[in-house]
Design a binder for this molecule. Structure first.
Ligand code: AGP
Length: 613
């Protein structure tokens, strides 16, 4: 959702902040703005629309100064227009803020400030924050203290960066609750702040992250950190290994296409450091788990949203099949409202690409409150879901920029597979022979992905035939049932075609009524124990005049006779087949959307990180 970038140092802040905002475009936004301290005065350029438009405004009226803050806004309070775009400035023009989050008590604060004579120039909740800071600054004459006092008054979760023309040697950054991250990067005589790492990794890999209720005073040579109550804290600096090039499109037309193709590498990367090749053992040291603790796990509760939830559904089958531990999976948006049955024998496992999805973080908090051990599988290094867990597995796939998640779907499936093998091993459930077989199967996956990606041209031809459909039904069974959900989600997200994922065995209980010449059915039918049943689904759909697109295993001679189209995958061990069957579905969605001329990387109404409930 909203993005924050800020700079203090010896360079002109404008291109650095603008460049950072561009790197955050993938998060989704509808207006953008920047404030720079120019010749002792705060100057703002902001408007609805894309950053290209903001750049044009800056070309017309240039901005230059060593201190600057910028923002991409995803409208919550008030329409996306110039008045509501961030940064928001105080009445006296001396304090300016960018903000992520929602001020839950903004109406009462607005009334209170209006009664004191404050004039609001926007419909946003954010303006109440800057006017409160102005109010407290008049009393304290100190920016840090004014921000501290203000944060005590506002309800909800927030990330903010504030600057003042009265204190031009600093930026004040703060975080309250889980409204997205605040990362602070240090350079040589310059400092960078951003809500998300791709905005600043081009400049520095030396990063510290703000926790909830922490405030940083950031100056060009470093920072001082304290709690909201004023207790000093020593910052923890992390070296972030991300290569800035991985946040660029390179030779690909879209980030999504690049990320689909990167899966050969990301599927290998997620295994790096986790396989002991001497005896084919899985090692997950960041879970901090002993054999005794593993023995005492009675249940694993997976919670996540969207694509990550679908990975969790696959994870349930993997953990139950391999480690024989009961697993429940629940969407994170429901978790805290359904009083899930959790005790000290339960592990709550959150899965999240961004590590900052508000519902997922709230589910983790609920798990903590009820006494569960917390684990997470996360991509964004240093994110709240990673730091807030007792143990975590990093996806290790580098930044994912496309809003439609692809490589951050397949990597956690491998992580869940490794987790299942690791738990089974610690609990004494595996013979050496079985462990060897499971790990050898795992090692085949990157090559299988490569073979599947090599057939992109065939999938593109099928996409061209079906690009004008308005509805489609995806069917899967067993371990590929979640892949039917995920395939359908991918298509609807980026092509705006109505797609429904359904358990194939349920078709006869209702959806079969929909099938006619107008409704294609996509059947995931690899050669596994559900194969015969999927053949019968294909026949039932054909009998009703439906067009059938299938995913089938190379060498299958029956399916090409029955189906209208076939997307081929190589023969794959069944427990790992979801990683491979999902690839043609990613490509199918991608090519349909590009053939329709749609904005694949930033689809309408969607944000990469959903940091509000
Ligand atoms: C994926 O294509 C979606 N954009 C979305 O469902 C996403 O997976 C979901 O919002 C969860 O995000 P997270 O993994 O960052 O928590």
């Amino acid at each position: 959702m909203c993005g924050i970038v800020a700079y203090i140092g010896g360079q002109n802040a404008t291109p650095i902040v603008l460049g950072g905002l561009k790197k955050l475009e993938y998060r989704g936004y509808d207006s953008a703005g920047i404030a720079v301290l120019q010749n002792g005065k705060i100057e703002i350029r902001r408007d609805a629309g894309k950053i290209d438009h903001l750049e044009t405004l800056i070309t017309q009226e240039p901005l230059e100064g060593n201190l600057g803050i910028g923002h991409t806004r995803w409208a919550t309070h008030g329409a996306p227009n110039m008045q509501n775009a961030h940064p928001h400035i105080s009445s006296n023009g001396e304090i300016v803020i960018v903000h992520n989050g929602i001020v839950e008590n903004y109406l009462s604060l607005r009334e209170e400030l209006s009664a004191e004579g404050a004039v609001f120039r926007s419909e946003t909740d954010t303006e109440t924050i800057v006017l409160l800071i102005e109010h407290y600054y008049a009393v304290t004459q100190d920016l840090l203290r004014a921000v501290q006092e203000t944060l005590k008054r506002i309800k909800g979760a927030h990330g903010i960066v504030v600057m003042s023309s009265r204190e031009p040697d600093k930026l004040v950054a703060a975080r309250l609750g889980n409204a997205g991250g605040i990362a602070i990067g240090r350079g040589n005589g310059e400092m960078f702040i951003a809500s998300d790492l791709p905005a600043i990794v081009e400049h520095t890999h030396d990063i510290t992250f703000l926790d909830s209720e922490q405030i940083a005073v950031v100056q060009k040579d470093g920072l001082t950190l304290q709690t909201l109550a004023g207790t000093p804290i020593e910052p923890i600096w992390n070296h972030i290994p991300w290569d800035p090039v991985s946040a660029e499109k390179g030779r690909y037309r879209h980030f999504m296409q690049k990320e689909i193709h990167e899966q050969v590498r990301s599927l290998s990367d997620t295994m790096v450091g986790r396989i002991d090749f001497d005896d084919y053992r899985i090692m997950l040291p960041d879970l901090h788990l002993t054999a005794d603790e593993a023995q005492h796990i009675r249940k694993i509760f997976i919670t996540a949203c969207g694509t990550a939830y679908h990975a969790g559904l696959v994870g349930k089958i993997l953990i139950e099949q391999i480690a024989h531990i009961p697993v429940e999976v629940m969407v994170a948006s429901e978790f805290r409202y359904l009083d899930p049955i959790i005790d000290e024998g339960t592990v709550v496992l959150a899965i999240s690409q961004s590590g900052e999805t508000a519902d997922t973080l709230a589910a983790m908090e609920e798990g903590r409150r009820k006494g569960a051990k917390l684990w997470s599988i996360v991509n964004a290094i240093g994110s709240q879901a990673m730091r807030g867990a007792d143990g975590s597995i990093s996806m290790q796939v580098g930044p994912e920029i496309g809003v439609a998640s692809t490589k951050a779907f397949t990597a956690p499936i491998l992580d869940l597979y490794m987790l299942a093998v690791y738990l089974a091993d610690l609990r004494g459930e595996l013979t050496d022979e079985k462990r060897h077989e499971l790990v050898q199967d795992l090692l085949k996956v990157p090559t299988l992905a490569q073979k599947t990606l090599a057939r992109e041209g065939e999938v593109k031809k099928i996409a061209a035939k079906y690009k004008d459909i308005r509805n489609i039904l995806y069917l899967g069974r067993g371990i590929n049932m979640p892949i039917a959900y995920e395939g359908a989600l991918k298509l609807k997200e980026i092509s705006y075609i109505h797609a429904e994922g359904y358990p194939a065995g349920e078709m006869k209980h209702g959806p079969i009524a929909l099938i006619d010449q107008e409704l294609p059915v996509l059947v995931i039918a690899p050669k596994d124990k559900w194969y015969e049943k999927m053949i019968s689904q294909i026949e039932q759909a054909k009998a009703r005049g439906g067009k059938v697109i299938t995913i089938a295993t190379e060498g299958d001679t029956l399916i090409p006779e029955l189906a209208n189209e076939v997307m081929w995958i190589p023969e794959t061990p069944w427990l790992l087949s979801p990683v491979i069957t999902s690839i043609p579905l990613q490509l199918f969605a991608y090519h349909i959307a590009t053939l329709l001329g749609l904005d694949v990387d930033q689809p309408r109404n969607l944000a990469k990180s959903v940091t509000v409930e």
